[in-house]
Every structure is written in structure tokens, then in C-alpha cells.
Design a binder for this molecule. Structure first.
Ligand code: HEM
Length: 481
């Protein structure tokens, strides 16, 4: 019996961490920090394997770079892999996980997820979908005024998505707050992505060599002040009791109604969820539309095909309507191909709730798990010419879909922590691209050639183009914009 126990424990000890570059004593692989981007991790995966282990100080980190391992983590063992890593900045800025994106998997997260899916981002919330239509048309009209001029496409797109989410969340009453809120988000984004030594050596938190703690306090106080003002205004106007006038009933009203009905839905939940909405809904969508436009301008034959389809399906005497979308097959292929080449969130951040085994390797409890969606959707074992922009590959009825069932293509994630705003995101993407390409022909400025376009990206929580897209729109519609 004793022998059996000994043998068992010996066998257990044999299970090893996944392969990875050798680290130094104490700090492990921390000197490699700069290499840990979507591209850097893909390169390391080619050297060490698709399940890769690194040690950052006291923290275990695992990077997943192929579809089989992603399925193992996001589907087969999703009960173990559905937490989010809580860095010091995330914990503080999300009111200790009172939002949804960074909440630990459990009953509070479940309640918020249900609220988002059934109410806040739901297709039944007509007001949000109408806001998207109105704002897209407003940008088209504004672009029409710049007919023949160079336009900074990125600025126009960020204004568009910020306006949509701002109107959906706060109603249109608070125009003057938009810039202030934009500044708060930029600082939050920087703090989320910043290196903090205390995340890897928690006992060093008090040293704070980078002056991180005062910045955190200031950033959260700014958000508190901003959202509390809005809440107060909504309470004073009593709009959350005004379900009869839905055009004024915004997402803050929905949450305030819950706050009164259900005591456990706190003010911190309202603050946290509002932040999720702004983060989730603005950058991802804006930078994807920019990538679609850029890829099409670099591939003029595909651009021509999408515009011909628009002319055939819609004609040039009226604007695109929702009902046209199902017939715009090639346009949808171009959007899918862009999401494959440029998933806006390249690394999905998860954490293990307990010890697990993936591909035969040991993944310790509380490991930080980075699922490299970018590397997975460029895997040459699964995709022909993986680095080429070829929308026609999605004309094949057996091509993978991006909704989470095919693990070689997961721009919205998959499983429990997948994107709850996917439907809204796809609607914004498709409608905006359709209107922009239907209303205008687009050319590069100053005689620039398609082949000269810079298609590199910048790594962060999201991956925008390194250079902002500048292009010249010329009206092509034969009806008023
Ligand atoms: C192009 C559009 C979008 C893309 C590609 C996208 C992608 C993603 C991805 C990859 C995740 C993480 C999945 C994971 O960790 O496994 C995520 C989570 C999330 N997204 Fe999106 N997203 C988009 C639009 C939106 C929109 C429009 C909203 C809301 C208005 C939104 C709200 C969220 C939230 C709240 C989460 C966190 C969910 C959780 O942790 O439970 N997203 N999204």
C-alpha cells in the first residue's frame, strides 16, 4: 500500500510545466517582458510549442497558441479557466471586480452577465440600435462636407463609437462631458497596461517605485466624480421611473432601476459596468472598422468587389438599410477576414481557479493564461496563406465562423467569458462599413500607392494600426447624404 502511494506521488511529480525559455533565479523570465506581445509570444510558441510556460517573479504565465489547446481551455475545462487575472491596477480601478469584465467567475459575475445580455446589450433594446443608425448617418453627412479632402478616418471612427456608446449609456443630455470621459478612459487604459512590480512580487507593493498608487487614486476619483454626477442627474430627473418614454430611458436608468429593486446591485456595480461598456464598445469597434477600410484600400480588387455588391444590392439612389445586410455577402467576408488578421483583442486574459492539466502539462493554480487569438487565426496548419488578406476564403460554406464554436477563429473569445457585446459590435461594424463604402469612393492622399501603406500595429490590450488611416472620400451616392 505504502509502495503504491509512493509510486503515485512519484508519478504525480513527473508532470511537468509546459516548455518555455529558461528563466533566472527569483525574477524568472521578467527580463523578457518586452517580448510578450501577440507577435513575440507567437514566435516563442514556434520555438517551444503551442502551450508555453514562463515565470514572472512569483507568477506562472502560460501562453496558448493553437486551436486544440484553446478549445481545451475555453470549452473542455472552462470551469477552471474562467477567472480574470487581478493585477493591482485592475482590482483598484474596477472597485474590486465590481464590473463584469474583470470580476472573478461566480454568482455576482453571473448576475451582471445576465443583465448585460438580456437588457443592456440586448437586440431588444431598440434605442441602442437606433443610436447606431443615427450616429453612422451623422458621420456620413460630416464626411460629405469634406468631399475631396483628406480625412483622418480614425478620428471620425472613434467619435462615432464614443458617441454611440455615450448616447446608449447616458442619454444624449450630456454632450459636454464626452471629452472629459475620453480623457478618463485614456488614463485607465494606460494604467491597465502599465508594468507594476507589485503584480509579480506582492510584498513589494509598499515600495511603489513608479509612483503607481497616487495615479490609481487620482484616476478612480475622476471616474467616481464623473459617474456620480450622471447618476445624480438621472435620479433628479427621475428618468429611471419613466419606462413609458423609452427614448429618454438610457442604460444608467436601467441600472438605477435595478439598484432600487435589488439591493445587491450597488453603486460600484453601476460605475464598473459603465466603464466596461465604454472600454468594450468603443476601441474594439472603431479600430476594427479602420482595419477593414485599410485592408480594402490596400487590396483595390476586393474594394471594387464590395462596392459593386453594394451598387447591385442597394443601388445608388438610396441609403443602406438593415434589411440589405443579409445580402451583402462579400462585405461580410471582408469584415471576417479583417477580424481574422487583426483581432482587436489579440490576447485573451484568463486565470486558473485551480491546478489543471493541458496537453499533458501541469498548469498551476492562479496561473495567468494568455490565449493568443492573433496567433491562432494565423496558424498555417489551419489556414492557407495565413498572412494574406483573402476575403473569398469565407465564401466557402465550410469556412470557420467567428461566433465561438470554431477555435481556429476566436476574435470574440468563446465560452463563459466570451464577448457579451458581440451582436451589437457586429451590427456597428457591418452598418458603418456598408454606409462608408456605399456613400463614397475612397482614395489614398497625395497619390500614395496601395503597396506603400504601413500595415503594422501597436501592441496593448488592443492592437490599433500604427499609423492612423488618412483617406479622401468622394461622394458616389446619387441621393442626398
Ligand atoms: C469588434 C467588436 C468586439 C470584439 C472583437 C470584442 C472582443 C471581445 C473579446 C475577445 C473579449 C474577451 C473574451 C475572453 O476573454 O475570452 C470581450 C469581452 C467583453 N466585451 Fe467585447 N468585443 C467587441 C465589442 C464589444 C461591445 C460593443 C461591447 C459592449 C458594448 C463589449 C463588451 C465586452 C465585455 C463587457 C466583455 C467582458 C466579458 C466578461 O468578462 O465576462 N464588447 N470582447
Amino acid at each position: 500500500m505504502l509502495l503504491l502511494v509512493l509510486l503515485q506521488s512519484l508519478l504525480r511529480k513527473k508532470k511537468a510545466y509546459p516548455p518555455g525559455p529558461r528563466g533566472l533565479p527569483i525574477i524568472g523570465n521578467m527580463l523578457m517582458m518586452k517580448q510578450l506581445t501577440h507577435k513575440g509570444l507567437a514566435k516563442l510558441a514556434r520555438q517551444y510549442g503551442s502551450v508555453l510556460h514562463l515565470r514572472m517573479g512569483l507568477l506562472h504565465m502560460v501562453a496558448i497558441s493553437n486551436a486544440e489547446a484553446a478549445r481545451e481551455v475555453l470549452q473542455v475545462q472552462d470551469n477552471i479557466f474562467s477567472n480574470r487575472p487581478a493585477t493591482m491596477a485592475i482590482t483598484y480601478l474596477t472597485y474590486n471586480g465590481a464590473d463584469m469584465s474583470f470580476a472573478q467567475y461566480g454568482p455576482v459575475w453571473r448576475q451582471m452577465r445576465k443583465l448585460c445580455v438580456t437588457k443592456l446589450f440586448s437586440r431588444n433594446r431598440d434605442a441602442t440600435w437606433s443610436t447606431v443608425r443615427d450616429e453612422v448617418r451623422a458621420v456620413v453627412r460630416a464626411l460629405g462636407l469634406r468631399n475631396g479632402d483628406s480625412v483622418n478616418v480614425r478620428d471620425a471612427l472613434f467619435d462615432l463609437t464614443k458617441n454611440v456608446v455615450y448616447c446608449a449609456a447616458f442619454g444624449s443630455r450630456l454632450e459636454e462631458g464626452k471629452d472629459r470621459f475620453g480623457r478618463i478612459l485614456v488614463e485607465f487604459s494606460k494604467l491597465f497596461g502599465a508594468f507594476n512590480v507589485a503584480d509579480f512580487f506582492p510584498f513589494l507593493a509598499w515600495v511603489d517605485p513608479h509612483g503607481f498608487n497616487p495615479r490609481l487614486t487620482k484616476a478612480r476619483a475622476a471616474l467616481d466624480g464623473f459617474i456620480d454626477n450622471i447618476i445624480q442627474e438621472h435620479v433628479l430627473n427621475n428618468t429611471h421611473n419613466c419606462a413609458a418614454c423609452p427614448q429618454q430611458y438610457d442604460i444608467i436608468d436601467e441600472m438605477l432601476a435595478l439598484h432600487t429593486d435589488q439591493v445587491q446591485f450597488t453603486k460600484d456595480n453601476i460605475r464598473g459596468l459603465t466603464m466596461d461598456l465604454m472600454f468594450g464598445g468603443t476601441e474594439t469597434v472603431a479600430l476594427t472598422i479602420e482595419w477593414v477600410m485599410a485592408e480594402l484600400m490596400r487590396n483595390p480588387l476586393d474594394l471594387k468587389r464590395v462596392q459593386q455588391e453594394l451598387a447591385d444590392v442597394v443601388g445608388l439612389h438610396r441609403h443602406v438599410e438593415d434589411s440589405d445586410m443579409e445580402h451583402l455577402t462579400y462585405l461580410k467576408c471582408a469584415i471576417k477576414e479583417t477580424l481574422r488578421l487583426h483581432p482587436p483583442i489579440p490576447l485573451l486574459l484568463h486565470e486558473t481557479a485551480e491546478e489543471a492539466t493541458v496537453a499533458g502539462y501541469l498548469i498551476p493554480k492562479k496561473s495567468r493564461v494568455l490565449i493568443n487569438a492573433w496567433a491562432i487565426s494565423r496558424d498555417s496548419e489551419r489556414w492557407e496563406d495565413p498572412d494574406e488578406f483573402k476575403p473569398s476564403r469565407f465564401l466557402n460554406p465550410h469556412a470557420p465562423d467567428f461566433k465561438g464554436a470554431h477555435f481556429e477563429f476566436i476574435p470574440f473569445g468563446s465560452g463563459r467569458r466570451s464577448c457579451p457585446g458581440m451582436q451589437l459590435g457586429i451590427f456597428m461594424l457591418e452598418l458603418a462599413v456598408a454606409h462608408f463604402l456605399h456613400s463614397f469612393t475612397w482614395e489614398l492622399p497625395c497619390g500614395m500607392k496601395a503597396a506603400e501603406m504601413d500595415m503594422s500595429d501597436v501592441f496593448g490590450l488592443t492592437v490599433p494600426r500604427a499609423s492612423q488611416l488618412v483617406a479622401v472620400p468622394t461622394t458616389r451616392l446619387l441621393c442626398p447624404l
